[in-house]
Structures are given as structure tokens and as C-alpha cells.
Design a protein around this ligand. Sequence first.
Ligand code: ZN
Length: 200
Amino acid sequence: MARLSVVRVSLSAVLASTAVVRTATSTVPAHTVVVHDYAQVTATHMRRAVVQLEAIFRSAGIETVVVVERRPPVKVDQPTALDQHQLFINVIPAVMDDRIAANTAVLGVVPGADIGGRLAYVFASRVEIAAKRRAADYGTLLGTVLAHEIGHVLLGGHAHTASGVMRPLCDSRQVHALSLGRVSFTSEEAAVIRSRLPAQ
Ligand SMILES: [Zn+2]
């Protein structure tokens, strides 16, 4: 009899914890971006990057919560279906850039974006060099590149456009638009992204 009562207590504890998890899940914002910062970007630059990332999505009508992991796990698996409300970006240090994308003009990639790839990589040192070359703010450019790669995740692989966040080039025209705060998703892109995010 004593054992049975222990089992009853355990079951009710499990049921209670399941209820708590369900409640917590329903309050998680639809769009959470988890940034694993392996490159140890300075706090000031990362703060500006987060501000820029949030502003770009807010202008598309999407509230975003950005979580920066400064001591991320060493091994990162592709997110599972259970993580569909979260997107993951690895900010990679210079020593690993060439292993992932040999072309130094590439500032970020989403492997397999056209077949549903959901894990993005951004190359911090390349973004910093590009910012210096174009006299742009490093943190702001980093946030823009983060938003661009998230755009690939949410819009699919072939999502480049002539202007806006999904412009493929970090040239003087793009940096000028950035300085004016005019780099955003188009209204069509914003509508597609909103439709693809899980409902809150
Ligand atoms: Zn791209």
C-alpha cells in the first residue's frame, strides 16, 4: 500500500510538471533567435547587433526575442521539430571560417536553406573587416547579417533581392542604406515570414 501511494504522488507530480511546461510554452514568443557566440564579440558590438536585428524584424511587424549565449555548447545539433519556435545562429570565429565557407566575401551561410536548413552561421571577423572597409558600424552590420541569414531560414534558400535586408552584397550602396536606417524586409517578404512563424 505504501508503494502505491508513492506511485500516486509521482504521477501527480508528473502531471503537474507537464501542465507547467505547457503553460510556459504557450507564452514563449513566436520568434526567438538564439545566438551562439563562439567568436566572443564584444558586449557593445553584440548589443548593437541585437538592437539592429530586433529593429529590422519589428519594422516587418514581428517581435523578436534574442538570446545571446556567450558560452554556448561545443556541439550544436540541428534543431528538432520541438524547437520550431526557435532559430539558431552560430557566430563563428575566424579560425573556423574557411572550413565552412572558403569565399571570404561570404559573411554568413545557411547550409541547406532551400531544403529546410534552419541553422545559420555568421562569420564575425569577416563582418568586422567589411565594416572597417566600408566605414560602417560593426555591431549594426553584424545585426543586419544576422537578420539576412534568418531571412534565408524563413524565406528559403533563393531569397536574394535587389535591395533591403536580402540584398546579397555588402557594398557601399548597402552600407549607405544602412546608415540611413533603410535596410528592411520588403512588405512581401515580411508577409511571408509572418505566415511561416508559428502562431503564439
Ligand atoms: Zn544571402
